[in-house]
Design a protein around this ligand. Sequence first.
Ligand SMILES: [Cu+2]
Length: 152
Amino acid sequence: MRFLPRILTAAMLFIAAPAFAGDYTLGKLEIDQPWTRATPPGAKAAGGFVTIVNGGEEDDRLVSAEAAFAGRVELHTMDMTDGVMKMRHLPEGIPVPAGETVNLAPGGLHVMFMDLQEPIAEGAPVPVTLTFEKGRHDRGGDVGRQARRTCP
Ligand SMILES: [Cu+2]
């Protein structure tokens, strides 16, 4: 029986430009085109967007995101409520089912950077760490190596 938590983390750069294409892999997960938007001075929040492809045979889940430039980072979705788009916090994270692609994109699922310490400049790379519930490694020792390998 294994008691090791099977949590994997990918450190990546979100770039404040939608055209940026930077791809990362984490086990059977492929993490494509992380990007965010430049913010005006004084802005307190920004959205982060990314495409996650689960090429494995096991369901996974994006459980959290961290970023040093934000006081708080949450996982959100947007819903239409009475004709108004509203953001909703997803404390359980975002499921990434086996064999499926999950898009975090404007108007839907997103990473919410809150309490921004400084504005995000156009073209600026912002380091963000995404943590997933499961990896697909047989040995716990692979986790650190894998995470480092995905760092640019
Ligand atoms: Cu939000």
